[in-house]
Write a protein that binds this ligand. Structure first.
Ligand code: FES
Ligand code: FES
Length: 160
């Protein structure tokens, strides 16, 4: 029998309390309990990054964290990255026409945001190391790098 408990956490700056099985992955809390479907299911085993969200500004795979592990944390999904128009990373993605099918792109954008949160001017090695955590079956990697270069070369990322 499932062990149901009450968990309280912040999603996109709103406090939420839900009764949940202790081992339910965050990915399914977001999609099935909160209707935040911008976070995508793909591999489900921590290898593709499609399910990436931010916890305290760090990119994490939501399929790999349980309700027990996210209790009390601050979670940001693609729906919560900007309260006022597009986030600068989203704007750079649009400017460079990054997206193809779009399935991996919330994970890509959130990973880029976490990259810039750690370092506003990452070098090529750091960009490759961090961004390689999210796979893109459509091969948008070149345009992702162009969008990131645009952000580094302008001051707009510092205004987010
Ligand atoms: S769905 Fe979570 S890493 Fe692939
Ligand atoms: S845009 Fe299609 S999987 Fe990345």
């Amino acid at each position: 029998m499932e062990n149901i408990k009450t968990y309280t956490f912040s999603i996109n700056n709103k406090q939420v309390s839900l009764d949940l099985p202790e081992d339910i992955p965050l990915l399914w809390i977001l999609r099935d309990h909160l209707q935040l479907t911008g976070t995508k299911f793909s591999c489900g085993i921590g290898q593709c990054g499609a399910c990436t969200v931010l916890i305290d500004n760090q990119a994490v795979f939501s399929c790999q964290l349980t309700a027990e592990e996210i209790n009390g944390k601050n979670i940001t999904t693609i729906e919560g990255i900007s309260s006022n128009g597009l986030h600068p990373v989203q704007q750079a993605w649009l400017d460079n026409e990054v997206s193809q099918c779009g399935y991996c792109q919330s994970g890509q954008i959130l990973t880029a945001i976490s990259l810039f949160t750690q370092n506003p001017a990452p070098d090529k090695d750091e960009i490759n190391r961090v961004m390689s955590k999210v796979l893109c079956r459509c091969g948008t990697y070149t345009r992702i790098k162009k969008a990131i270069s645009q952000l580094i070369n302008t001051t707009q990322i510092n205004k987010s």
